[in-house]
Design a protein around this ligand. Structure first.
Ligand code: PGA
Ligand code: ZN
Length: 416
């Protein structure tokens, strides 16, 4: 079905900052919209999120230029195209932008159109979006794999001022038999953890991704408290429920050293790697994301050599969902897993390309939200259609996070 009209508007993300919502109208009058998210601990090599820089509006964070680009330049090219030609639509926008980092039109502008087309095409075909996404991946539409959620219950770093240096501590219900059980276990452990914090007189206010954000005075303490919470929930740590962390180490890498302020420690890559190894011995820690800074390839390679057989070693800022950076990671054997964020690269087609390449070489893909999220649950359908096994979408609080879990449960029920 041909695209009759596209238009974008400014809406707010979960931090109250402007972001782009795009609506696509087809010639059969079907209309669909999508909203792009926005990161805080962004990688240097991410595609460019176009912001106005006009300090009189939203402290410079307005996205009117990106919206103007959708409504004029992109509309001129995309209107009249077949909405089911996702690859052609994305390629046309990439060519129109002409830069290597989408800095002319803005990755936020391009992605909003790209995502809205996916949703419009699925509505036009009268099928659920996850099914349409499966066809984009060339996956079977008879069987679906539901993802293991990575539930970020303790927020630190850029997502919670004054908490841990490590940005995220996540429950991973690897032993749950379905999403419904995974979500229930996640919620129960989250609330037990809250009660443990209260009993210890720590704060239970939440950070950007809905996890608690106490000042525990150490980066290791969260792991200990999470194990206690797992036990309180009558689950087996290491079997039913495991733990993952996103160090987002780029954020505490200063002049060649990793500065762990909560521990008053300044570590080399080698020392940081040893610390992770000790944690893996002591706790049911099965995943470490961005254990090192985005240019510290040697750090990742070291961790991969030492722990690659035991844990998921994930690159986020390291790869920024870019095929070029992924190829380097494959060549150097830097990690065994990759975090996937649509807005790091800026189109659905390129995201699929990266995920397929990663899967081809046996790497695991974790499909992820951003710390500035929205009510759009695109990610839930996307991960089910992709069938790659993991979704990272925050804590069991704040509706922009929980909305994705609710959508996953609805999909599971629909599929029976
Ligand atoms: P961001 O954080 O969205 O602020 O970049 C998420 C992450 O680092 O995984
Ligand atoms: Zn990350």
């Amino acid at each position: 079905m041909k695209i009759a009209k596209i238009f974008a508007q400014e809406v707010l993300d979960s931090r109250g900052n402007p972001t782009v919502e795009c609506s696509v109208v087809l010639e059969n009058d079907i209309k669909a919209s999508a909203i792009v998210p926005s990161g805080a601990s962004t990688g240097t090599y991410e595609a460019v999120e176009l912001r106005d820089g006009d300090m009189d509006r939203y402290l410079g964070k307005g996205v009117l230029k990106a919206i103007e680009n959708v409504n004029t330049k992109i509309a001129e090219v995309v209107v009249g195209m077949d909405v089911e030609d996702q690859r052609e639509i994305d390629q046309a926008m990439i060519a129109l932008d002409g830069s290597s980092d989408k800095s002319n039109l803005g990755a936020n502008a391009i992605l909003s159109v790209s995502m809205a087309c996916v949703r419009a095409a699925s509505l036009s075909q009268g099928i659920p979006m996850y099914e349409y996404v499966a066809t984009l991946f060339g996956n079977s539409t008879d069987e679906y794999e539901m993802p293991v959620p990575m539930i970020n219950v303790l927020n630190g770093g850029r997502h919670a001022n004054g908490a841990s240096d490590i940005q995220e501590y996540m429950f991973m219900p690897v032993g749950a038999s379905n999403i419904e059980e995974a979500v229930r276990w996640g919620s129960e452990c989250f609330h037990h953890l809250g009660n443990i914090l209260k009993e210890m007189d720590f704060s239970t206010t939440v950070g950007d991704e809905g996890g608690y954000a106490p000042s525990l005075g150490s980066n290791e303490k969260p792991l200990e408290l999470m194990v206690q919470a797992i036990k309180k929930a009558n689950l087996k740590a290491g079997e039913d429920m495991c733990i993952g962390i996103d160090a987002a180490a780029n954020e505490f890498f200063e002049e060649g050293k990793y500065e762990l302020k909560a521990d008053s420690m300044s570590l080399s890559s080698e020392e940081l790697c040893s610390m992770y190894m000790e944690w893996v011995e002591r706790y049911p820690l099965i995943l470490i994301e961005d254990g090192f800074g985005e240019d510290d390839w040697d750090g990742f390679v070291l961790l991969e050599k030492r722990l690659g057989e035991r844990i998921m070693n994930v690159g986020d800022d390291l790869y920024v969902t870019s095929i070029e950076r992924l190829e380097r990671g494959i060549k150097e054997e830097a990690t065994n897993s990759i975090l996937i964020k649509l807005n790091q690269i800026g189109s659905v087609t390129e995201t699929i390309e990266v995920m397929k390449r990663a899967s081809e070489v046996g790497m695991k893909c974790m499909v992820s939200h951003r710390s500035g999220e929205t009510e759009d649950t695109f990610l839930a359908d996307f991960v089910v259609g992709a069938g790659t096994g993991f979704i990272k979408t925050g804590s069991m609080s704040r509706s922009e996070r929980v909305g994705k879990y609710n959508r996953l449960m609805r999909i599971e029920r629909e599929l029976g």
